[in-house]
Design a protein around this ligand. Structure first.
Ligand code: G3P
Length: 214
């Protein structure tokens, strides 16, 4: 399973990449708005730090505008992936961009039918938002299970980025289901490391080491 970081914060990205477990980054307008930096400069910097795909979201709502924005973003760095919302215009733009070999991550996916359409339009990635489904009392992980079944049935190459992850169990459940990628905030990545028994065990080892004749 690949791990992406769901942030546009350079410090967090640098730190997480230094752990050796991050293969990409996902951004969105909300995450970009939190950083006090010029948009294109920020994207270029992220793309330099991260070895793999960096998703950047278009703002246009009409497909030709989406394609134009996408072409500009794609020139910023080789590893830019274009985030396109799941709308009819988004599908048209995805088809057009995939013909031009520009990778698309279709975002704001909330149902298996939307995932199926995105794969058929040629999206390289899809982003189902599980936390936001959980927020409205709909089990987000059921969506991941359904999408995996559908993609396996028809051998789609589209990779599933489990998004809107809120806690470590989301990551573990997505991994148990076999999702390709989990994108998570830095705080969730940190929580994946921690276990109280690891801390207690380490403390005991260090204490006992003091008794060793040296
Ligand atoms: O990757 C999508 C993510 O940024 C949305 O997360 O927590 O706003 O639902 P959240």
């Amino acid at each position: 399973m690949k791990f992406f970081l769901d942030t546009a914060n350079l410090e967090q990205i640098k730190e997480a990449v230094s752990w050796g477990v991050i293969e990409g980054v996902t951004t969105n307008p909300t995450l970009i708005s939190k950083e006090n930096m010029e948009f294109e400069e920020l994207i270029k910097k992220i793309c330099e730090i991260v070895p793999g795909p960096v998703s950047v979201e278009v703002i246009s709502q009409e497909w030709k505008g989406m394609v134009e924005e996408a072409k500009k973003f794609a020139e910023l760095a080789e590893n830019v992936v274009i985030k396109i919302p799941m709308t009819v215009d988004g599908l048209k733009a995805t088809r057009e961009l995939s013909r031009k070999n520009i990778k698309v991550n279709m975002t704001l996916i909330f149902s298996p039918s939307q995932a199926l359409l995105a794969a058929k339009a040629g999206a390289s990635f899809i982003s189902p938002f599980i936390g936001r489904l959980d927020d409205i009392s709909t089990p987000g992980m059921n969506l991941i299970e359904d999408i995996i079944t559908i993609f396996n049935n028809y051998m789609f190459d589209t990779e599933i980025i489990v998004a809107s992850i809120r806690h470590p169990l989301h990551v573990v459940e997505a991994a148990l289901l076999g999702a390709h990628i989990a994108t998570m905030p830095f705080q969730v990545l940190e929580k994946l490391v921690n276990h109280p028994l690891t801390n207690i065990g380490l403390e005991r080892f260090l204490k006992d080491w003091e008794k060793v004749k040296k």
